[in-house]
Design a protein around this ligand. Structure first.
Ligand SMILES: N[C@@H](CCC(=O)N[C@@H](CS)C(=O)NCC(=O)O)C(=O)O
Length: 197
């Protein structure tokens, strides 16, 4: 059995969505984390080395980091078709978008929250939110999904950040329609219903 350590309305919510897309058998273990309002706190039962979420345990193997989990699960359940396989021309772009999320989209977003987006080191390393938005807009101009015609785990990861904070993604109708399209997926709806455990 696969266990997801999850805290409602957090980065583990998107892993529920992913598991639902994959049709994977799993259980949710609700976990407390420190919240910005001062509530919550670390859960000693959470196996994540930093007591964060998401964390999954699959047959005794712990995997943390949303992107590692997305790649791991997408490959573990290939029949769902949401993770281009090795040899598929979309495999490279798929990994690129997942890595771009963790390596650029999130850091730029956090620099924005923190009010240091114009720090020269941030600009030299990750560029600006406008640059990130330009890449995402260019991708979505070509197709209904980040990789074109095919819905993948990259849409779960990148789409979920826009569902959580709309301004993380480019403004405008194209992205509004994208968020609606992916949010209406039955797996996304089931995941919402399970978010509280
Ligand atoms: N890069 C990590 C970030 C995980 C993360 O920061 N999770 C937050 C919840 S959204 C958390 O668990 N925070 C609790 C804490 O910082 O102690 C990932 O994507 O998995």
């Amino acid at each position: 059995m696969l266990t997801l350590y999850h805290a409602p309305q957090s980065r583990s919510s998107r892993i529920i969505w992913l598991l639902e897309e994959l049709g994977a058998p799993y259980e949710i273990r609700l976990t407390s984390i420190p919240r910005r309002d001062g509530s919550g706190g670390p859960d000693p039962a959470n196996p994540h080395p930093d007591k964060k979420v998401p964390a999954i345990v699959d047959n005794g193997v712990l995997v943390t980091e949303s992107i590692a989990i997305a790649i791991y699960l997408g490959d573990a359940f290939p029949d769902a078709g949401i993770a281009p396989k090795i040899g598929d021309p979309l495999r490279g772009p798929y990994l690129e978008w997942l890595a771009y999320y963790a390596g650029v989209i999130e850091p730029v977003m956090v620099a924005g929250f923190g009010g240091f987006a114009d720090n020269p080191a941030v600009l030299a390393t990750w560029r600006t939110s406008a640059d990130v938005h330009a890449r995402i807009s260019a991708a979505l101009a070509k197709g209904p999904y980040i990789l074109g015609d095919r819905f993948t785990a990259a849409d779960v990861i990148i789409g979920s950040v826009g569902q959580w904070m709309r301004s993380a993604l480019p403004p405008g109708q194209v992205v509004d329609d994208y968020l609606k399209r992916i949010g209406e997926r039955p797996a996304a709806q089931r995941a919402n219903a399970k978010d509280n455990g």
